[in-house]
Design a protein around this ligand. Structure first.
Ligand code: GLV
Ligand code: MN
Ligand code: MN
Ligand code: MN
Length: 403
């Protein structure tokens, strides 16, 4: 298929998903294991049935499409959930590229056993746990997560799984020869170097914590400054310290983020008595993340002691950093070179389902640029002709691997 026709097909697919979970102020909200994510998977199934593919769902709601029932196959895809008020390309474009590849295989009668996958719950926005759908069918997930993790609405993951008839300990995926995922870069590197393709070398991991700071909620007019136990002021000092730790001298792109904060009672004339906030630590090196976690915990204890506050630090979830398959990186890079596509081998700061598949099979990822590097934002934008180019590289790899 010519690149122009491939681009048209990707545009058509992206449009099919466009309206689902659309927010009034632009962007989309398709949180994991909610009706909006369900609608994305239903639309994908509809597309598959229209094309005459075999459409199946596994025991945790991941969707698979294929032309045959293969014992051994290549797997291409990504996820269909989003963050709160996120963009339309993160994840969805990788699934669309899977659909394009299977369409080409069908039309050109290529003998390539391929399945397309859309994983559930890649984003940590709803449960503070990323890549749940792909982790459940690869490594498996510690059962304790199901009791601890709750959705933004406060529903236990355990209950959500029970209501949906899903299995907390599903059968593991079998027969995957290679997993390949195309994704927007979600950073500015490719665009700033005017490159259309990146080949991913490694993916940063994460550690997620939740911190509760307790002080004393008192009258804001009657309590002198030197007698206060202001939980929000303590949290503010800690949050700035967390930023500083993230900016520290780490060799491997460490980042630290406080993205959620709840202040109680959140009233203009009451000193804040309790603050709860999240911490997201990421790095390409697991020991660096651990080092950062220790530094942050020390800081929290020091600030609370100094300000006469109490604290509770809770571990929420973590995902290990991974390096992708060295041979596959070389192969994808040399295909790009042979096609005359200037590209770059680069690490990913964002998490992806590929991290979980890399634990069980040879795994590779292609990045394409996104406008101004903006992602997890309604302004997120990427070019489908770049995605078509990425799909061509993956297709050439699949063809070559058959021989
Ligand atoms: C998911 O997109 C993440 O990396 O947070
Ligand atoms: Mn994302
Ligand atoms: Mn994503
Ligand atoms: Mn991600």
């Amino acid at each position: 298929m010519e690149l122009e026709k491939s681009t048209d097909y990707l545009n058509y697919i992206m449009k099919r998903f466009y309206h689902i979970g659309a927010d009034k102020n632009g962007g989309v909200t398709r949180l994991a294991y909610t009706v909006d994510e369900d609608k994305m998977h239903e639309e994908l199934s509809r597309i598959g049935l229209e094309e005459g593919y075999i459409v199946t769902a596994d025991e945790v709601g991941n969707t698979f499409l294929s032309l045959g029932d293969y014992e051994e196959y290549y797997l291409v895809g990504s996820h269909l959930d989003s963050v709160v008020n996120g963009g339309r390309y993160d994840g969805v474009l990788g699934v669309a590229v899977g659909l394009l590849l299977i369409k080409i295989i069908k039309e050109e009668k290529l003998n390539i056993p391929l399945k397309v996958v859309a994983f559930r719950c890649e984003e940590s926005s709803n449960f503070m746990k990323s890549t749940l759908g792909s982790e459940l069918i690869t490594n498996g997930v510690n059962p304790k997560y199901f009791q601890v993790l709750k959705s933004k609405k406060g529903e236990k993951l355990e209950d959500i799984f029970a209501n949906r008839g899903y299995n907390e300990s599903p059968e593991k995926i079998k027969g995957v020869k290679n997993y390949l995922e195309l994704h927007i870069e979600q950073g500015r590197i490719l665009e700033s170097e005017s490159l259309r393709i990146g080949v991913v070398s490694a993916i940063a991991g994460n550690i997620r914590l939740q911190v509760k700071i307790r002080g004393l909620a008192e009258h804001s007019g009657a309590t002198p400054m030197n007698l206060r136990q202001d939980a929000l002021c303590g949290a503010a000092e800690i949050i700035l310290g967390i930023e500083k730790i993230g900016q520290g001298d780490f060799t491997s792109n460490a980042v630290t983020t406080v993205g959620v904060i709840d202040n109680f009672p959140n009233s203009i004339n009451v000193i804040p008595g309790e603050v709860i906030f999240s911490i997201d630590i990421r790095d390409g090196d697991n020991s660096v993340m651990e080092d950062i976690r220790i530094k942050i915990e020390r800081l929290i204890n020091e600030v609370c002691k100094k300000r006469n506050l109490s604290c509770d630090i809770q571990f929420i979830s973590s995902t290990e950093a991974v390096k992708l398959d060295v041979n596959l990186i070389k192969e994808l890079s040399s295909i790009a070179e042979n096609l005359g596509i200037e590209h770059k081998i680069m690490p990913s700061g964002a998490g992806h389902d590929a991290m979980k598949l890399a634990n069980i099979t040879k795994t590779g990822m292609i990045f394409i640029p996104c406008k101004e590097g903006i992602s997890h934002n309604p302004e997120e934008e990427a070019r489908t002709d770049d995605a078509a180019l990425g799909a061509k590289i993956i297709l050439e790899y699949l063809k070559g691997d058959q021989q």
